[in-house]
Design a protein around this ligand. Sequence first.
Ligand code: NAD
Length: 290
Amino acid sequence: MESRIKGTTQLLCLIGTPVGHSGSPEMHNFAFSYYGLDYAYLAFDISEAEAPAAMKALKLFNAKGFNVTMPCKNIAALEVDELSPEAKIVGACNTVVNENGRWKGYITDGTGFVLNLKEHGVQVKDQRIVICGAGGAATAIQVQCAFEGAKSISIFNGRDAFWNRAKETAGKLKIEKPDCKVTVCCSDEKEAFETAVCQADIFINGTSVGMKPNENATVIDASLFRPDLVVCDVVYNPRETRMMREAREAGCRQVIGGEGMLLWQGAAAFRLWTGKEYPVEEYRAWKARL
Ligand code: NAD
């Protein structure tokens, strides 16, 4: 690693807090080494209030780009010079690229979700999707699925702090992607939920329900699972959530966890910075040997 760092090495990094647990430095530095790219990736603990100054400094350092994690994703979207159409609708960005001295912000969480499905042989185009959640991860997925040509997206969320966001996303997608029918219902509308799931091709938990330490929680009754339904979770800790286990036991045709989404959102960021495909198989093999 040290022999790779030279006077010419360009910086990439992650900003947000906390960042100490992040797998991104390892993931990206592996691929920079793999391709012999003259870049290095670090993680900086940056609060939301510090984000504008950090972004200014990174521009001064001529950084190649950076990732943004919580709680800086929304402020970063306000501070960049330009946003991708998807990031504009989501109102957040997790990947920023130095494009000739200007910051362009992207959101790769949704791309990561779609690429993860693709790896499992599942397409989003023309599919009827039901998704629980209206937070950061769920919104990015909703927007990306609409851009990928999903037939319909039924959003279910409680009337909490995220409820209005669901309504806003549906309103924006109605204008940007009118061919995709987006509806919003409250999670306590039991009948509407059951009908939507019965008619769906893909069911997604986009909430934090089922995440450690509340592993026994699930957003859906297992009786609604059927063999031709694809079931996906954004939660990656635990690797297999209660919902995923119940879907697997019910024989659902694909049960896809959040771990792959995490890897593929990084791969999408890598492609934006370098124009190269992330060496996913090589990285997995290297990790397995550690
Ligand atoms: P967020 O705080 O932005 O949104 C939380 C969502 O969960 C909201 O829709 C909220 O209504 C819902 N929610 C929370 N508690 C609930 C409860 N008790 N009952 C019903 N709904 C509830 O969070 P986020 O950043 O969107 O993250 C959500 C989950 O997705 C987390 O588990 C996170 O680790 C995971 N995530 C995974 C990836 C990945 O790459 N796999 C990426 C981002 C987030």
